[in-house]
Design a binder for this molecule. Sequence first.
Ligand code: ADP
Length: 763
Amino acid sequence: MTRAMSQSEMTSTQKTNLIHHEPIHIPSSIQPHGVLLALSHQLEILQVSNNTQNFLGKQPHDLLGQPLSTLLDTEQVKAIEQFAQHESSVHFFKLSIQTSKGEQYFDGIAHRIESTVILELEPTDSVNQVSFLSFQALVGEAIAKMRQTSNLPDFLDLVASEVQKITDFDRVMVYQFDQTGAGTVVSEIKRKDLSPYLGLHYPATDIPEQARELYKRCLLRFIPDLKAQPIELVSVENPKTHFPPVDLSLSVLRSVHPCCVEYHQNMGVAAILVIALIKEQTLWGLISCHHQTPKHIAYEVRKMCEFLGQIVSLELEHKVNQSEFDSKVKLQALQADFIESISQADNFREALVSPEPRLLDVVNAQGAAVCLDNDITLVGVTPDIEQVRALIEWADTSHGDNLFSTDSLPKLYPEAITFKNTASGLLLLRISKVRRYYILWFRPEVIQTVNWAGQPNEPIQLDADGSVTLGPRASFELWQETVRLTSLPWKSYELDSAIALRNAIVGIVLSKADELAKINQELERSNRELASFAFAASHDLKEPLRGIYNYSNVLLEDYAPLLDEDGIEYLQTVVSLSIRMETLINSLLRLSQLGQAELHLQATDLNELLHRVINVLRASRSQAHLDIRIGRPLPTVECDPVLVSEVFTNLIVNAFKYNDKPDQWVEIGYLDTDEQLEKGLLQLQQQSSAHPVFYVQDNGIGIPEHHHQNIFRLFKRLHSQEKYGGGAGAGLAISKKIVERHGGQIWVESTLSVGSVFYFTLK
Ligand code: ADP
């Protein structure tokens, strides 16, 4: 890039592209701790690193264009020839080369890239393999231990510690990538005086895409001295045979990108060894070793480490699956416990929200809201109640599924920006839309939840000539942009957990409804039994009673001369008691009949009905003046006219009976919807379903407030038999039964000595 583009002119995407597309695999230079030879298929030397004099005692121009036999003896050349013809993978040779300094030993690492053979030489002390064997033993030991650990964190700790033992680096970390390529240090072994990196997060651009790709092809990267000056590659100076830059992807000596050098130097690191961890063909993570001073490790030991990395990769798949399985099992146990306690609880809400952590742990959230019948309870870190209410409204109109989840709520619902710190992630579970049962879980914006790996610098530096150099750690801002307004993602097993909870709650609600239905059925059955028992009992009691009454009368009429005055009086009491008993039994019979009899509903003009009732009353009390006032015409309603006549009769009779005023009156009327609203009998939202409220008002003796309920009980009387003309104490109980059979209610309002108003409704 030649034009001087200012950093601020670049968009974040351009910056990301720059970082991710730098061709780091063809640097045209190598690290200085070895020599690189690029050979034709016939093993003619086409390109060499410009340090052959140091290691081999020959200048590049002495080697370029020459056959390999200039350098190696016939046997060694033959071995490499054989490899060049047949193999494409990396091959390792122990080589001894005659140099100006005498015989020198090298580790020769050869590989083929298209038709070019790359031979890299790293000097080594001798050809013996003593140290290699001891490393092999260490690796063997490490593998045995790894097999024994069962959970993932312990496994990774063991990996870090065993790699540290083998390499003796100051710091060994296991670094795990997420789906976006950003990473976290998940395990670490380090020298005591170094500050810990465990738990730190790094943006994806810290290890750019092409570097991550390279790790998949070349599983180990070794840089013994980050400060060392790279050595350029020199080609044959013949334009005809011009040699293009070699692809050094698989080269062990490939030079280090300046960005990588600076990145590590900023951390105070002088040498690095990185081993790729591959799971299911993708780069799962890295074992990253740092040393504070330059450090060399023999090729064979590095190979052992690479091998160990492959074993770790193989085990990893099993351990990660095991760890996910363990979390699932843990979650399921938690769920089971949760569901059991809510199924047994009387207070459903209470069981859901306490103890608090349980509701959060079931999907690993930081906050939750439980909404039951519009009533919201908050748990943990959440938006406020009104915000939650608005969120539910929004979810109801825009998302029909019972489970809705997002890890970037503000992007879908802009109002959520104000509470991104508590709810950038939302998991909403709709249990019942009709009953307004919801559970919502929240997760904060991820930026709030990570530890930062140091302060960021600008990633792209502009050099004097206007070219661009990638700088380390600057990817922070880019990363920050990508994770802004997002939470950690909801894992599929966490969503499953929410669904399982929903199913359980629905099951519990249904089984409770089922239980209730069963209880109602049972109740109905026992009510029916009781009614038929009362009917049979009262019916059967009447017969002996009649006998007592008749025989008492016979005694009074035919045997009076044989009895004294007391005897006659006793017999008269038996007669009047049996009359009273018959009245009571008749009332009981009437009540039990009412429980069983079918209603004969029909549209009934209540004006006509009342007219008939009053006529009958007047006929039966011809001597009394009955002042009955009807304020305005009554409506026509659907009811059983015979039974409703009975209610009016009972109430009117009582109104006159319990009245000691000289001018007795009764007013009959009804309250319409407006009047009910005014009186506070109705809420505004019930307006449409309002039924008329009928009333019978008197100016009688009134009823003390503490009796307003119990006067409706069977045989409950407030006065002795002698007062107010006596009575069975059944009239109001019968009226109540009739009203309730119509689906209505009956109640009284009364002031002592002023009068009473009996209200009732017929649905
Ligand atoms: P009964 O009139 O046969 O005693 P009810 O069931 O009709 O039985 O009434 C129960 C009791 O309620 C009565 O005994 C009476 O004390 C009281 N009561 C009923 N209606 C009125 C009324 N309008 N004013 C005052 N008291 C009443």
